[in-house]
Design a protein around this ligand. Sequence first.
Ligand SMILES: NC(=O)c1ccc[n+]([C@@H]2O[C@H](COP(=O)([O-])OP(=O)(O)OC[C@H]3O[C@@H](n4cnc5c(N)ncnc54)[C@H](OP(=O)(O)O)[C@@H]3O)[C@@H](O)[C@H]2O)c1
Length: 309
Amino acid sequence: MRAVVVRSFGGPEALEIAEVPVPAPGPGQVRIRVEAATVNPVDVATRAGLLAKGGLMEAGPIGIGWDAAGVVDATGEGVDAFGEGDHVIGLSDRLVPLAAQADYVVLDADAVARVPEGVDAVAAATIPLNALTASQALDLLDLNSGQTLLVTGAAGGVGGFAVELAAARGLRVVAAAGDADEALVRELGAAEFVPRSANLTEAVRRAVPGGVDGVLDAASLGIPAREAVRGGGAFAAVIFGADPLPLRGIRVATVGVRADGAALAEIVALVERGALTLRVADTYPLAEVAKAHERLAEGGLRGRLVLTL
Ligand SMILES: NC(=O)c1ccc[n+]([C@@H]2O[C@H](COP(=O)([O-])OP(=O)(O)OC[C@H]3O[C@@H](n4cnc5c(N)ncnc54)[C@H](OP(=O)(O)O)[C@@H]3O)[C@@H](O)[C@H]2O)c1
């Protein structure tokens, strides 16, 4: 079968479509015949070597891809929740030799959930990584209904889901996004909009005197985003090492997404109720994964790039 791997770190040219044996599911695992797999900033970080400090590559190639949507074609011992033929999505959340961008991926059954009713594999593949990250970041922030949340990068993959999930939790969302993104983020549920061209801190504090209760900094703006938060508020970063100092009693934490099939199933239910919007910017055949990386690097996407298999 085909699998996207890197054997040495670098630019898009470091991506290789390798021919490898089809993996077998172990106990508690399912094998998914992958129909669609997204391309995310984390793939760029992985192939550039930013996620593998400590010499992991010495152990062999690293598989690329976190989100998979497809059909279960084999199950390991002890798996009752899924069977052959089930349409599922799942998160591959570790650096492993074979990841989601492959003809088949083996995942722990508790990293998997059923595809939302009426949603095709391409759109479904956009859910696990970004929606779980947004949800787990909101959990870290631990805000209550009625409180205010700033989401930076609100038109992006993580940010867009964060706006919708936060609004569904009863938070008042201030969305910071590109100047042309106001209609999009308001449609997702933002109460206030701050364009990228504005001074972030000042604009947020004008909209919310005293500062917001928390920020989910999906665009990794750091200090200007922290300065928009009230004393004693909360800050969720999305990149380790890009978190600002916790001045003024602000709780700063970095989300590190983890697979969670039960939480993913709750997210699927929200999709089925129309509470989450799935956005696909473009699709590429697996063989054109390097082109997808080049397009992602150009920026300006409003929706995920998805590889089809
Ligand atoms: N820690 C974890 O577990 C975890 C999990 C998933 C993702 N992440 C990280 O989260 C980050 C976001 O991921 P993503 O998939 O959402 O990326 P994305 O889809 O590219 O979204 C980022 C968004 O931020 C916007 N942006 C950039 N600068 C901005 C500014 N100054 N003001 C307002 N908006 C701005 C971008 O707009 P343009 O495209 O127009 O520039 C884009 O819409 C990435 O760094 C990713 O690696 C972390």
